[in-house]
Design a protein around this ligand. Sequence first.
Ligand SMILES: NC(=O)c1ccc[n+]([C@@H]2O[C@H](COP(=O)([O-])OP(=O)(O)OC[C@H]3O[C@@H](n4cnc5c(N)ncnc54)[C@H](O)[C@@H]3O)[C@@H](O)[C@H]2O)c1
Length: 320
Amino acid sequence: MSLRIGFIGTGGIAGHHLRTLAQLPDATLAAFCDVVPSKARAAADTYGGKAYGDFRQMFDSEHLDAVYICLPPFAHGEPELEALGRGLPIFVEKPVATTADAADQIQAAIEEAGLISAVGYHWRYMDLTARARERLAGQEVGFALGSWAGGMPGVSWWRVMEQSGGQIVEQTTHIFDLARYLLGEVRSVHAACRTGLMKEVEHYNVHDATVTNLSFASGAIASITSACMLGTGGHVGLDLYLKDQVLRLDHRYLTVEKSEGKEIFYLGNNPTFDEDAAFLKAVQSGDPSGIRCPYAEAVKTLKLTLAATRSASENRVINL
Ligand SMILES: NC(=O)c1ccc[n+]([C@@H]2O[C@H](COP(=O)([O-])OP(=O)(O)OC[C@H]3O[C@@H](n4cnc5c(N)ncnc54)[C@H](O)[C@@H]3O)[C@@H](O)[C@H]2O)c1
């Protein structure tokens, strides 16, 4: 049975999921909602279905089987609670909120309703990540070095701390989540930040660059850098240092270096395609086991990134 899908938020990342879902026979793109009505209409014109300017009106008028929530971080809350209240499984783009309270409230509603949830941490779906996990099984990691260095995304909300949460919460969250996925839970965090390099950008109050040191429950340690002032782009990935072995993972390849030589693996799958297919399959079957990032996992990553951001602003260690 093809699932009737609704979208709340039809901006950049929604377009990515729409192009993917349009290739999947199990998805019917039924309804689109955006506070900018022309954006919802553009999606409806391209994919069929109806356009709405208000999500409650969309829910009242449509018989949906699941909802994609592709909103800026500050806009989460009511859309999820309304969808869950109407018995609809949710796929939510990261980060799931800008506050732990908002995310906890949504997680409680998911548990109460017993509904399927998924969050768009697509690095978890890369075949390279699965291979890295295989290689790490039974091994102890000494330390990890992660990075998300690049330019500032153009959307207006991104540069405003109160709206995006800042780069650690909004973007480097992929690397923090990957570190959690591969190394387990974090015990304490200390971060330092740099500001003052982006004076020409109006309404800008996020950190320009941060360095976050993490201590994991396993004994491993990590340092993750973020930078948004690099128009040229920079390194995005996570390197893992074991005894006599280094794994380097980014969104294109994984290398495994040992004294006897180096192996290189190239990305062999489309992680967004696999992430969307896993969500549809879980909704159809009622079995969530194929979902690699249910909402509860994303809440843990949100709490870690909020703590890192607070640590950078206040220059103190935060125990989790
Ligand atoms: N997984 C990834 O790699 C990835 C990549 C890009 C973006 N994202 C995430 O997706 C989210 C959205 O990013 P984007 O780039 O699509 O932003 P965007 O600004 O392009 O799109 C957001 C859309 O939501 C609409 N909107 C805002 N409030 C609304 C509301 N209350 N009801 C309905 N529509 C509303 C806006 O008008 C806009 O069209 C962010 O959290 C971002 O981090 C994830």
